[in-house]
Design a protein around this ligand. Sequence first.
Ligand SMILES: Cc1cc2nc3c(=O)[nH]c(=O)nc-3n(C[C@H](O)[C@H](O)[C@H](O)COP(=O)(O)OP(=O)(O)OC[C@H]3O[C@@H](n4cnc5c(N)ncnc54)[C@H](O)[C@@H]3O)c2cc1C
Length: 499
Amino acid sequence: MLPVTVIGELQDIVGRDNVIIDSHRTMAYECDAYVAEKFMPSAVIFPETTEQVAAAVRCLGKAGVPFLPRGAGTGLSGGATPLNHEVVISLAKMDKLLDIDYENRRATVQPGFVNLRLTKHMAAQGYYYAPDPSSQSVCTIGGNFAENSGGSHCLKYGVTTNHVVAAEVVLPSGDVVTVGEAYGDAVGYDLLGVLVGSEGTLGITTAITVKILPRPEAVKTILAYFDHVDEASQTVSDIISNGIVPAACEMMDQLAMQAVDKSMYHVGYPEDIEAVLLLEVDGLAASVEDSVQRVSAVCAQNHVRAFRTAHDDTERALWWNSRKMAFPAIGQISPDYLVQDGVIPRTKLSAVLKRVGELSAEFGLRVANVFHAGDGNLHPLICYDARIPGQLQQAMSLGQRILEVCVDMGGSITGEHGVGIEKIGHMAYMFSGADLEAQQGLRQVFNPEGLCNAGKVIPLPGACVESRTQTKGRPPVLQSGETEGMVAVGGETVGPGPA
Ligand SMILES: Cc1cc2nc3c(=O)[nH]c(=O)nc-3n(C[C@H](O)[C@H](O)[C@H](O)COP(=O)(O)OP(=O)(O)OC[C@H]3O[C@@H](n4cnc5c(N)ncnc54)[C@H](O)[C@@H]3O)c2cc1C
């Protein structure tokens, strides 16, 4: 329960209408798009300026009340889920475009600015913002910054960290700092690099300066149908090893194609093919034609059944929508699904997809695959029915096994969706105790009281892979009166350092 005095102070800071405490309204903030775990926030506030964010953070810090930042809530790992009944600081009303500088190719936005709005805003001038998560029509640039989000075109252009040059951040102390440099190289420690991808655990970003790019002269979008997943996987590897870097290289398997073809983005994929590649090449017109020929030759070597290029922008948009809306389209074939996010070396695609198929059969749960194939960034979508007792746990266990396969193959437990609460128990599978301690040490420098988004990303001593699927293994949760340096793990209260 939030003390009445704190509620009053927050109302003074952001205005009465910008504080909600009624459970029927705060309920909308009990999780993000990772819906398997839900916790009620103690309040949700909507600051409109950096000063209001800083004042609210100082007020909460003084009262020892945990808090967390939230963008659009599309995160898929529970990063914005109020695990400790935090006060949720929604950045939704900080959604202004602050500056645009075409000559120097920079744009500065508030954190609640929706990703796709930036590209739309600059379309007439021939510019765009490259990182394009499939959720880009709703997710915010603040959320992208915190998750170091990727997207279909990040194969050639890089992920969020390659496009952010500076940021204004409210630290958990309430101090406001600027990191990075809008123009030129940043001097001193690379704090921007530390903050991008820190999942809202080191502070709250209140302004972000990003690079903007001129639209390429020409773009060609390709669909390549394959009878066998192996052939499509080999094609991905061969394209890159032949020195071709497509702007995008995405794959969907048969189950995913069935789902999107039932949605409003019906492409009409042949029902008997096992995989489709959606490829895009861009650049100067002459080089694009050459790249299409080279991609076509690689596909032919791998027995492509059909190779199509989009006739016009309408067809291109349909193909992209069918890919970008593939996650929600799984709802057409399954009552519930869990999105996984692992990374593997591209050359291991075939072997890993085969193993995912075997695990799917072993667990008796269907798995659709929709992913950034060029980056080796898998997104197995595990279909389950939450109404069947135990099936959610089964789906989570299957997800865990898939991530272990990724790590065993030399990859990682997340490509772009972050660790949040969903994968915190898997960190120990990837990192040693010393690795995790180093990261925890960094966090304590920024967030010494542990009030800012506690219990996310870095497991505390005693947390382990098994913990996520066993009852004793809730992620670390702050108990009343505790800060993150001293938390309950598996029922016991331990301080920092080895358990
Ligand atoms: C259908 C679908 C498709 C998706 N496709 C992709 C994809 O292709 N690529 C990809 O990378 N992701 C994808 N995602 C995941 C998600 O959209 C991204 O992680 C996105 O960046 C989250 O942005 P958000 O505004 O919704 O942030 P939220 O979900 O609100 O928050 C995400 C994290 O960022 C923190 N945060 C938010 N704002 C701030 C801030 N101002 N300062 C500090 N921390 C902050 C939160 O505390 C939380 O930890 C997809 C999600 C869905 C539902």
